[in-house]
Design a protein around this ligand. Structure first.
Ligand SMILES: CCCCCc1ccc(-c2ccc(S(=O)(=O)CCO)cc2)cc1[C@H]1C[C@H]1c1ccccn1
Length: 239
């Protein structure tokens, strides 16, 4: 992977996104809580870029019974995506850069009254050992970031190209079981931070976009995490 033309950007953006995800939502960051459901908290900032709503989103969730490695694997791997990404209409892997880096082209279902969108992005998964606290459990991160491919120019067909940067950061916590007994899924908890900035690419009314984000993001994260629990519950734990 070190040789690929995109590698410097992949490494830079993934490192930046990990840092960004670990920043808190308190203080002057301008984050406003807009959805809560059990342990899930969803925050957004109201931001526009050349008149388009690009509200950054940060979601924090705690899920029992799965590890960060399992959650990031499911989020990264193409074969699971149709099982949890409800707004997906089509998905292809445009390039396999390495085992831990793929390039996806996705078309999302049209959201009335806006025109249909597609997204072309590299996706990179990595394990990060926590340098501050070496005996803390490892972090796993998946970073998705829009990219250009001459074979797939934006807005060539029916879809408007969105530009996105997304990261999923997961940390596993293990409650040590009784002396000598094996760790079960009841002993593991995964702390999830999901950050996304989606530029809708072409015109879409601000009110429509904000309504769509408010509706779609909580649904998306709940559906995704439930899918992870369901996929992993009868399988050996992947730490
Ligand atoms: C008029 C609407 C314009 C924007 C439509 C659109 C396109 C892509 C995306 C998007 C693309 C990728 C990701 S991901 O996290 O990388 C996972 C892989 O699929 C996530 C979200 C979002 C939205 C916005 C609907 C909104 C929305 C929000 C959560 C889920 C679905 N739709």
């Amino acid at each position: 992977a070190a040789k690929h033309r995109l590698w410097p950007e992949i490494d830079k953006v993934s490192t930046e996104q990990l840092h960004y995800a670990r920043l808190g939502v308190g203080g002057a960051g301008g984050w406003q809580l807009f959805a809560e459901d059990g342990d899930m908290r969803m925050y957004r900032r109201e931001e526009e870029a050349d008149g388009l709503v690009v509200d950054p989103l940060k979601a924090c969730h705690v899920v029992k019974g799965v590890t960060g490695h399992e959650v990031c694997n499911i989020f990264y791997s193409p074969e699971y995506r149709s099982g949890w990404e409800a707004t997906l209409e089509d998905m292809t892997v445009v390039e396999k850069i390495s085992d831990d880096t793929l390039v996806f082209l996705q078309t999302h279902k049209r959201i009335w009254p806006a025109s249909q969108r597609d997204a072309l992005f590299w996706s990179h998964i990595r394990r990060v050992s926590d340098d501050q606290d070496p005996d803390a459990h490892d972090l796993w991160i998946v970073c998705n970031h829009s990219t250009e491919y001459t074979e797939h120019p934006p807005n060539a067909g029916k879809c408007v190209r969105v530009y996105l940067t997304v990261c999923l950061v997961c940390q596993t916590f293990i409650d040590p079981p009784k002396e000598g007994s094996e760790i079960t899924r009841d002993d593991i908890t995964c702390k999830i931070t999901y950050c996304s900035v989606v530029n809708p690419g072409g015109w879409a009314p601000a009110a429509v976009l904000r309504a769509v984000y408010k509706r779609e993001y909580p649904k998306f994260l709940k559906r995704f995490t439930s899918y992870c629990i369901d996929q992993c519950k009868d399988k050996p734990i992947l730490f």
